[in-house]
Design a protein around this ligand. Structure first.
Ligand code: FES
Length: 128
């Protein structure tokens, strides 16, 4: 089964490193998660890049209060626009508000000035 997990992990180019500013706007992208097309987003926090499904754990709604804006006013937390659930930017863990668990994390890597997202057994690119 080792071969399977290797085949599941494909790197897909997402953006250039300078496109993601610390605590700045997110970069949206689409994924297929458990066979369903979902919005996702990438952000940078404390210098490191992270990505999550754009789906609040309270009610499965997109979280940005304006397009691609996920950080609260302090730039320290990700906040859902609908009822104010707060999440850790580095782990997606719920830190306050009405969330029911954390965000679904998507693995990213950053190399030679390019950010890639990684597929997984339940996470694939959208097929056109
Ligand atoms: S939908 Fe996100 S806090 Fe309610």
């Amino acid at each position: 089964m080792i071969g399977c997990s290797k085949m599941d992990d494909i790197r897909i180019p997402l953006c250039n490193s300078p496109d993601l500013l610390d605590s700045g706007e997110g970069i949206p992208f689409d994924v297929t998660y458990h066979g369903q097309t979902c919005r996702a987003f990438a952000i940078r926090h404390d210098g490191r890049v992270h990505a999550y499904l754009n789906r609040c754990s309270h009610v499965p709604m997109e979280m940005d209060y304006q397009p691609n804006r996920f950080f609260d006013m302090t730039g320290q937390w990700l906040m859902c626009a609908t009822h104010g659930a707060m999440y850790s930017p580095s782990t997606g863990t719920c830190l306050g508000g009405p969330c029911r668990g954390g965000l679904v994390k998507i693995t990213l890597s950053e190399e030679d000035g390019v950010v890639h997202w990684h597929t997984a057994h339940n996470l694939k690119p959208v097929e056109f």
